[in-house]
Design a protein around this ligand. Structure first.
Ligand code: SF4
Length: 349
């Protein structure tokens, strides 16, 4: 029995069942467009991902609630990009610009104006307040700036969006995502590609096997990441590297007998691929957390995860998060399973 008001399915006893549906968008090659962020949210909670997709597809469905932690993350993230652009373009005071950007968008009446699209906070997470997070945001930006100015790296791209082919199990999917920052760094004098993601959420314990890092590294492995791809969706506004710049990067690595991407690896089978390393820029604790190197075995596991994600969506199987770890931070906690999750004290005698 389907309750269209509650958007849930119940069995003959009235017990709630998880709703079914596949919201993956097909590409033009018989596969799907898989966003890197989709995999991260699917990993957080399959069911949360389903509710997010359904809300996007159906404005009448329950919509996610805007949590203070999420909106704070969006505002800090944007202010950080303003700072990075300012540093790159030689602005007079990039820190001041970042802090005033943060303060402006953190004001409840301005949050919805964020260029990335956001909304006013609807649910304040326990122990988070407007003023407390405002002070925290200013503090984070100052700390980040101090650290950033001591960095020894060659910046390649900021907020770089990509579409690359991802062959899995006889199908070609499209991997889509955005890398916050891509740089060349050195490891004992040897250059490598540093893939950096700004995070305001909780840092996982085992970053070395974090699939987000593997997905980004895989994307940079593809020539299409650098030069663009003919199967990029027509409505996308992707702005790929200037080919002359890519040629220079390629030559810089070739001079060290390293290739930048898979097309060059075919031309130079005796050269090794330029190493990739993932970094989780932990904005909560202002740590530049090392996520480790990435190579073929990581990409094999990444493909396996994509395959499982696609199969789950096609079969309409979305497991709720069993540990409950993320439920308290979930934008669907008010209507998960049609009932909402229990309050902390519920069930107390
Ligand atoms: S409340 Fe928990 S189980 Fe339900 S969708 Fe959110 S994270 Fe998943």
């Amino acid at each position: 029995m389907i309750d269209t008001e509650q958007h849930v399915v119940t069995d003959e006893y009235g017990d709630l069942l998880v709703p079914h549906g596949n919201y993956l968008k097909p590409n033009a090659l018989g596969g799907y467009i898989v966003r890197q962020s989709d995999l991260s949210s699917f990993n957080r909670c399959n069911l949360q991902k389903y509710y997010n997709d359904r809300a996007e597809a159906d404005p009448d469905a329950f919509q996610p609630e805007a949590l203070s932690a999420t909106i704070f993350g969006h505002v800090v993230h944007y202010a950080m990009l303003v700072m990075e652009r300012g540093i790159e373009e030689g602005a007079e005071d990039p820190l001041r610009d970042a802090i005033s950007t943060f303060e402006y968008y953190w004001l409840p009446e301005h949050t919805a104006d964020l260029p990335s699209g956001s909304q006013r906070v609807q649910v304040w997470i326990a122990r988070q307040t407007y003023g407390g997070l405002r002070d925290r945001g200013r503090h984070l930006l100052r700390e980040y700036y101090d650290r950033r100015m001591k960095e020894d790296a060659v910046p390649l791209a900021l907020e770089y969006e990509f579409y690359v082919p991802l062959p899995v199990n006889g199908r070609i999917h499209t991997l889509h995502g955005t890398i916050d920052r891509l740089q060349i760094r050195k490891y004992y004098g040897k250059p490598y590609l540093s893939i950096e993601d700004y995070k305001t959420g909780k840092q996982p314990v085992s970053l070395r096997w974090n699939l987000q890092g593997s997905g980004y590294a895989y994307a940079t492995w593809c020539a299409e990441f650098w030069y663009g791809w003919g199967f990029t969706p027509e409505d996308s506004l992707v702005d790929v590297f200037d080919p002359d710049v890519v040629k220079k990067i390629e030559l810089a690595f070739l001079s060290r007998e390293r290739t930048l991407h898979d097309a060059l690896a075919v031309q130079h089978p005796d050269f090794e691929m330029t190493p990739r390393r993932f970094h989780w820029v932990n904005l909560q604790e202002m740590k530049f957390a090392d996520g480790g190197w990435r190579a073929q075995r990581d990409f094999a596991r990444f493909r396996l995860a994509v395959d499982a994600y696609v199969r789950a969506a096609e079969a309409g199987v979305y497991m709720p998060n069993m540990s409950g770890e993320v439920c308290g931070y979930c934008p669907h906690q008010g209507h998960c399973a049609g009932t909402g999750i229990a309050d902390e004290e519920e069930g107390k005698p």
